[in-house]
Design a protein around this ligand. Structure first.
Ligand SMILES: [Zn+2]
Length: 350
């Protein structure tokens, strides 16, 4: 059997010299290390052999097996490296080739407006809150002085999900939630200023200026000495920052169930400085938002004492601001995800 092992070794060495490819290595592995190979057959037969034979023959067979395996593996590695080097030689980097442009996204115009309003108001101490779009009738209507049979509910055609829940018709739902939270706080501090923003929904036919889903920003401030003068200052500050320093505001009496008194706010046309142009329909003024002092009823409905705290409130359509700022005349452009339209807006704010 020792002779046989020597012969196997000799045969392997002869064949090994000729190996040039990875597949030839696989063939040799099968021939010399496979389960039917002569070496394995010898090793299997050692099971029944006596100790001395195991020592002499078994050991030699085993040593040869390990040697063959090592040689084949080493050669395999060398061949693999050679193949890799060949590939890399063919893949040299050509630094003279022109570069590729990376495409950046741009910020949606509505987000640009939200960012700007958020900046303006956080600077003067308002909190920014998001809020739920599926709202209870209680917070969307009842606590805002719109009981179930109130005729003013017709002003806001509503999507009802069931008897008690709606898709919010305005971000004022968060005013109600925050006022209630303030009332339930165990501290005497009843000062709070917040801006809520997001999607609101109304049953409306979509056209160039209307959409059944749009975005609103709703702001309020409550405290012991909040007055109508504060409201005017806040509104004037906002529009001057949003448009330009020269823009002024004009208030007209109006009606909203949650504010008393209520006003419609116009701004002097930032395009023609009040002289009259197409944008302001020659009037010199542009209607922009609704505002007022928080109705005493609303304070009570949310658990606050109207003799102790007063509040200002205002609501703005984000699309309306974006249309004016960017000169857009169709509200649907905001929702159509037309890349040509969207890439007109700068990525880093204005
Ligand atoms: Zn004008």
């Amino acid at each position: 059997m020792l002779e046989q092992i020597k012969q196997i070794k000799h045969n392997f060495e002869q064949q090994f010299k000729e190996v040039k490819t990875l597949s030839e290595i696989q063939v040799l592995k099968k021939e010399y290390l496979g389960k039917d190979s002569p070496l394995i057959t010898i090793l299997k037969s050692m099971r029944d052999a006596d100790e001395q034979t195991k020592q002499e023959i078994g050991k030699q067979a085993n040593l040869l097996l390990v040697e063959i395996a090592n040689q084949l593996n080493e050669l395999g590695e060398t061949l693999n490296n050679e193949i890799l080097n060949e590939q890399l030689k063919g893949e040299r980097i050509d630094v003279s080739l022109p570069g590729m442009n990376l495409k950046f996204g741009s910020k949606h115009p509505l987000n640009l407006v939200i960012d700007e309003i958020s900046q303006i108001f956080t600077e003067i101490g308002f909190e920014m809150v998001d809020g739920t779009e599926v709202e209870q009738d209680e917070f969307n209507f009842q606590k805002l002085n719109l009981p179930k049979d109130h005729p003013a509910r017709d002003m806001q055609d509503t999507f009802y999900l069931d008897e008690e829940s709606v898709l919010r018709t305005h971000c004022t739902n968060m005013t109600s939630r925050l006022l209630t939270k303030l009332a339930n706080q165990r501290t005497d501090n009843q000062n709070l200023a917040a801006i809520s923003y997001g999607n609101v929904y109304r049953r409306d036919d979509d056209d160039a200026t209307h959409s059944h889903q749009f975005m609103q920003i709703d702001g309020f401030a409550v405290g012991e000495k909040i007055s109508f003068a504060n409201l005017k200052w806040v509104l004037r500050h906002m529009v001057k920052r949003l448009f330009n320093e020269k823009v002024n505001i004009r208030l007209r009496p109006s009606f909203f169930p949650f504010t008393e008194p209520s006003v419609e706010v116009d701004i002097s046309c930032f395009k023609c400085a009040g002289v009259g142009c197409g944008l302001c329909k020659s009037s010199g003024w542009i209607e922009i938002l609704g505002a007022g002092m928080i109705n005493q009823q609303v304070m009570e409905l949310n658990g606050l004492d109207p003799n102790k705290v007063t509040g200002l409130a205002f609501g703005i359509g984000i699309e309306r601001i974006a249309m004016l700022k960017f000169g857009i005349n169709n509200i649907r452009l905001f929702y159509e995800n037309n890349v040509e339209f969207l890439t007109q807006f700068p990525f880093y704010g204005k």
